[in-house]
Write a protein that binds this ligand. Structure first.
Ligand code: NDP
Length: 295
């Protein structure tokens, strides 16, 4: 089996490569200069040379605020790119594993979102990801699996856990964090390992929700991070989203229901706090090696 990982320099891509290496799988993970998913010809050439059986699309424009003003770039990477991939996978007979987001939902209800709930994204990022899902599923429903995930963290790149660890270790006395957005903190490492389990479990094509279980607000998430690095969680104070000067509106409740796992023979992912506790030292080490004054 040949695996093609797209977006290998990102959080999930890095963890996917580690998971594939651990299982001694054959894979390539070209960077975005070598393989730009918005370039159909380029993609066809790489697919033709490598002949993958499975393609993981972990590539995306993930800057939710910036997407509000770089609309054509975001649509191109998050919607046209996955469509190109679906076309090429269909030609090659490869399985496409595409990653999407909780931000396809409005967040305007207080019950977990089911896979089949109506999508009404609030932001350009959410809209672009929703279009990407629709294009993949209309082009290649026979052998595409879409996993919606949320609130990813890892030792790589930029993410909320790294930012909070940095703040915890800094001299900042008070850190204000929003307490009116609820979601599912999710370890990119757990996600990568679970994606491989899903492949082994011969999951049917379709849309699934794949996040660590449980839920939290960003404020609760931040306090847990402080606690785990041995800093006083009382330094974190709750604020409302209206106090933030952010460009992109975000869902207030984007918890993804895990009911899609019933009758699949595959367990949902473990609780987010258990996972965070297990990975916090590795993430703290990454922050210290990058320097606590970094991004
Ligand atoms: P990152 O932002 O960490 O990485 C994105 C990757 O996409 C990078 O490797 C980047 O390459 C690559 N990329 C960007 N544009 C292109 C392109 N045109 N062609 C090829 N590669 C490209 O993403 P995450 O790992 O955080 O996210 C993985 C997936 O999970 C995405 O689909 C995202 O939408 C989804 N998701 C993420 C969440 C999060 O909190 N981060 C939450 C919910 C869903 P380069 O570095 O060279 O630019």
């Amino acid at each position: 089996m040949n695996y093609l990982v797209i977006g290998g320099s990102g959080q999930l891509g890095n963890e996917l490569m580690t998971a594939l290496k651990m299982q001694e799988k054959t894979f390539i993970a070209p960077n975005s200069n070598m393989l730009d998913i918005t370039n159909g010809l380029h993609l066809a050439e790489i697919m033709g040379n490598f002949l993958p059986n499975v393609v993981f699309n972990a590539a995306a424009d993930t800057n939710v605020n910036k997407a509000q003003t770089s609309i054509s770039r975001t649509l191109s990477i998050n919607a046209i790119g996955p469509w190109n991939l679906a076309k090429e996978c269909k030609l090659a007979g490869a399985k496409l594993i595409h990653i999407s987001t909780d931000y396809v939902f409005s967040g305007d209800k207080k019950l977990p979102w089911e896979t089949f709930d109506e999508k009404t994204p609030k932001s350009i990022y959410g809209l672009s990801k929703s279009l990407g899902e629709d294009l993949v599923m209309s082009e290649y429903p026979q052998n595409s699996i879409i996993f919606r995930t949320a609130w990813l963290y890892s030792p790589f790149g930029k993410n909320f856990v790294k930012t909070m660890v940095r703040k915890a270790l800094s001299k900042e006395k008070v850190i204000r964090v929003v307490n009116d957005q609820t979601g599912q903190p999710t370890s990119a490492k757990d996600l990568a390992q679970h994606l491989l389990k899903c492949l082994d479990g011969n999951l049917m094509p379709g849309i699934y929700h794949l996040t660590n279980s449980g839920e939290a607000t960003w404020f609760e998430f931040a306090r847990e991070i402080f606690k785990l690095v041995g800093e006083d969680p009382e330094r974190i104070l709750p604020i409302g989203s209206s106090a933030l000067v952010e460009q992109a509106p975000r869902p207030s409740y984007s918890v993804l229901s895990q009911r899609c796992w019933e009758n699949t023979g595959i367990e949902p992912m473990r609780n987010w706090q258990v996972s965070l506790e297990e990975q916090i030292e590795e993430i703290k080490a990454a922050v210290l090696s990058e320097g606590i004054n970094g991004n």
